[in-house]
Ligand binder design. Structure first.
Ligand SMILES: [Mg+2]
Length: 124
């Protein structure tokens, strides 16, 4: 893993969110439940709750934006995924900012704009 101090959580707002989640968990003595397996399953469950909001519906972006109740539910589930993701990052002592930049570098190499500038997700 390429470690770059500039691209570190200490230099981005991610550290603020990680600390908020860490404190929330510690104040409730919930760390004992935060096994890696439990946190991964919690992320999947929250992502499924997000997906459930759209089950059997074909909604355009503008329809979602006009539905205030749905939009609030979507916002809540996205936050749930983010919170559990941060808990997993905290448990594994990962630097999410560094992970992000490392993975984006790999993505740029895997999907060079020369080959993927036509709107397709796959090579011709
Ligand atoms: Mg939820």
């Amino acid at each position: 893993m390429d470690k770059n101090i500039k691209n570190s959580d200490t230099n981005t707002p991610i550290s603020f969110f990680k600390d908020k989640v860490r404190r929330f968990v510690e104040d409730r003595n919930w760390k004992k439940y935060h096994t890696i397996k439990n946190l991964i399953q919690a992320i999947q469950i929250e992502a499924a709750e997000l997906s459930e909001l759209f089950l059997f519906k074909e909604l355009s972006v503008s329809e979602v934006l006009l539905n205030k109740e749905l939009l609030e539910n979507v916002s809540d589930e996205i936050a749930d995924v983010f919170i559990y993701l941060l808990s997993l990052v905290n448990e594994l002592d990962l630097d999410l900012t560094n992970s992000f930049f490392n993975k984006m570098k790999k993505n740029r190499q895997k999907y060079p704009t020369k080959e993927f500038n036509n709107g397709n997700y796959y090579k011709k």
